[in-house]
Design a protein around this ligand. Structure first.
Ligand code: HEC
Length: 183
């Protein structure tokens, strides 16, 4: 290696270390200065929205179980419907049913699952229900519900896209309503 190359290598290393230190300082300034607005009334920048949506998709895809999901029966969908109406509808709405007014004040807004559920595989929906989504208001139901209840909900959510309001309203009314306090 020539003298010139050695200097170039050292210069690059110093530059990289400098950038890392600078990124750390900017991070600490952001944390301590109060400059970042945590208000739910102020949306992320376009970059922030892209980064959040892409992180969400990739994080869930890489963590969802890889075994085949159980085959869903009408009874599972029916049982899931009762749970959904009790625990999810106020945030996510349902076919022909709006979210609760206060859910409009959340950021991110809970998506209408009648459309959003079509973007996820059953195993991914199961993972989301089991673990929730950090810092978004989407709760983890795994700590309060067993696997059977989570698969019933997954079966129901998988059926949501294309479900009519009449079908939705007829479902789950006789079902068992689990408020998560029984365990
Ligand atoms: C307190 C409000 C709230 C409740 C209750 C709630 N969720 Fe959510 N949910 C959210 C929010 C907010 C998001 C969006 C998270 C994000 O995009 O980072 C979300 C995201 C999801 C997603 C991913 C959809 C997507 O495309 O982003 C699914 C699936 C889901 N919820 C299902 C459910 C089910 C099923 C229940 C009931 C067992 C439920 N949620 C209860 C607020 C809620």
């Amino acid at each position: 290696m020539t003298e010139k190359h050695k200097h170039f290598g050292l210069g690059t290393a110093a530059g990289v270390v400098g950038l890392i230190v600078l990124a750390g300082i900017i991070g600490l300034i952001t944390v301590y200065s109060g400059g970042y607005n945590v208000a739910a009334t102020e949306d992320h920048s376009a970059f922030g929205r892209w980064a959040a949506a892409t992180t969400l998709k990739n994080s869930i895809q890489s963590r969802a179980p890889t075994d085949d999901p159980p085959s869903f029966t009408e009874a599972m969908v029916e049982a899931g419907a009762g749970e959904y109406k009790a625990m999810c509808q106020h945030c996510h709405g349902g076919p022909g049913i709006d979210r609760a007014g206060w859910a409009e004040g959340m950021l991110p807004e809970p998506p209408h699952l009648t459309e959003a559920a079509a973007h996820w595989e059953p195993n991914e929906i199961y993972w989301i229900l089991d673990h929730g989504i950090k810092s978004s208001g989407m709760p983890a139901f795994g700590p309060s519900h067993d696997e059977e209840a989570l698969w019933n909900l997954t079966a129901f959510v998988t059926d949501l896209p294309g479900m009519t309001q009449t079908d939705y309203e007829a479902m789950g009314s006789s079902g068992h309503h689990d408020d998560g306090h029984e365990h």
